[in-house]
Design a protein around this ligand. Structure first.
Ligand code: SF4
Length: 297
């Protein structure tokens, strides 16, 4: 029997998890931030299939999401304290798919680096990402952004400003925005480690920087390809189909090579996928169309 104090913490986590489950992921619409999702999950969402796998209270997912928002605020504050202007925070933007469908998003901010600092005289479209130990170590060692993060920021740069709070720039492509004395430098990702970042083990262990910025150029042609996935969702919906389960090596299911050379789809797990049971045929879908497509064949 857990102690009363442990029971109290369980209760707090359960209330947070219940709130999250009640919200679910809402009605489907194309969002730039969905660029990292599994296509099959997106299509199930587009059919309005609800979650079949609720988050467990002990995971504290709500708190993890909120940590991300808190980190974003603190990093922006830190940049400003260091004399770096962060403009257009939470600016609403809209991308367009190759088939002409709107995809909405909002940016963390535009960073204008003063001329006396490294990267001085350039402005960047910035997104802040909080990262656990493994993800942070990977980006720090490779000095390269995660592919999904890079795609998301790249799409933002090619989107149109769609924000009534910024009427003077509404309708302008983000990368074409003009800031006196600053030229467009591309995308910027700011990774912030939630854990203590260290390198090595034992006595040779060294502390690593808590925060790491990576900048990159944006290729507009590549961005068009990234946006294809949103049209794929619409095509499946229109044609009454659901994409099959991706190969375990596919990056959209976090395919990771194992020691024996085979691949494992890390994301295909109730821990990470909220529609796992429906997708895998374990639970009967709620929506008629999905039931006909996945259950009654
Ligand atoms: S279980 Fe895997 S393939 Fe199925 S929807 Fe989830 S992430 Fe996609």
């Amino acid at each position: 029997m857990p102690s009363e104090a442990a029971q109290l913490s369980e209760h707090v986590l359960e209330v947070a998890a219940k709130k999250m489950s009640d919200r679910g992921d809402g009605n489907y619409y194309h969002r730039v931030s969905a660029i990292s999702r599994c296509l099959r999950d997106m299509v199930l969402h587009a059919y309005a299939e609800p979650w079949s796998n609720e988050p467990q209270a002990k995971w504290g997912d709500t708190y993890r999401f909120n940590q991300g928002h808190d980190v974003e605020d603190r990093v922006i504050k830190g940049l400003q304290d260091a004399g770096v202007v962060v403009s257009c925070q939470q600016l609403k933007v809209q991308a367009t798919s190759p088939m002409g469908k709107p995809i909405s998003g909002h940016i963390d901010g535009i960073v204008l680096v003063p001329h006396h600092l490294p990267l001085g005289g350039k402005w960047f479209l910035m997104d802040v990402k909080s990262a656990g130990a493994f993800a942070y170590k990977t980006v720090l060692e490779k000095d390269q952004p995660k592919l999904d993060n890079m795609r998301q920021v790249s799409i933002y740069t090619q989107s149109i400003v769609n924000d009534d709070n910024y009427p003077e720039v509404k309708g302008i492509k983000v990368c074409d925005l003009e800031f006196d004395d600053y030229e467009f430098g591309g995308g910027m990702l700011c990774y912030f480690s939630l854990d203590r970042p260290v390198k090595g083990y034992g006595p040779s262990r060294e502390d690593q920087p808590k925060m790491h910025f990576i900048t990159f150029d944006v290729d507009p042609h590549e961005v068009e390809m990234y946006l294809d996935v949103f049209d794929e969702v619409d095509i499946h919906k229109r044609e009454g189909t659901i994409p099959s389960i991706p190969s375990p090596s596919d990056e959209m299911v976090w395919g990771r090579q194992q020691k024996d050379g085979s691949y494992k789809a890390i994301r295909c797990n109730p821990r990470w996928c909220r529609r796992y049971d429906v997708c895998q045929g374990i639970e009967k879908p709620i929506q008629n169309e999905v039931r006909e497509l996945l259950w009654e064949r």
